[in-house]
Design a protein around this ligand. Sequence first.
Ligand code: PGA
Length: 254
Amino acid sequence: MNKIVIANWKMNLSLRQTLDLAKKIKKGVKKFRKKGVDVVVCPSYTALSEVGEAIRKSNVKLGSQDVFWEEKGPFTSGVSSLMLKEIGCKYVIVGHSERRRYWNEDDWMVHQKVKAAIKAGLIPIICVGEKFEERKDHKKDHVIIKQVSRALEGIKIKKTDKVIVAYEPVWVIGSGQAVKPEEAEYANKVIKTRLLDLYSKKLVNENFRIIYGGSVDSKNVKGFIQQETVQGFLVGGKSLEGEEFVKIVKAVVK
Ligand code: PGA
């Protein structure tokens, strides 16, 4: 399976800035088209359609930063998987720690969103990871296993479905200081072991990708990509700098 690099632009850019950045990245990663890497950008809802147009027919794919689990109905402000599909989204971030923190998103909601995304044929990027206190209390593995289990439990994955699990230690996000590559590798192995409890080996190997996120930049990415189970990156801060993001993709290709 291809490696993957995902840009999470969060709530940082105006529409104009978003489009400029999308075009820059599209141009910068064009040469990696057949190099075994998937590139995804996740703008705000308000920019999804226009970014989708701007990257059409390129090797950059469109992702959303969130989704609501119902398909339609009286859910003010909700955006459904079907709506995302309709405008060309292929991926959707689910359960990001900022959603969990500021919108009180819990494991049940994450589960509903994952289910809805898969049903609609979107690829969920399920974010899991421990907070600093949980780490201090030696609960890291427990938290990761619980989040993965609750997000996926009971969900059937068909041969055509794809799922991404992103290990994102919450305390590292936006800090400028990533964990050591060996730590990401360890957490990814914990995730993989849990996935193997839930699904067949073939399915886990062929339909799941486990990636790392948290202060990834064009320098530290080189250490992470050498790890056996790290199959890509979810990039926040450094995805806002076009050249830097392209450098990260380049490091993954090498
Ligand atoms: P960061 O964000 O790269 O700025 O740490 C990662 C994320 O929130 O997905």
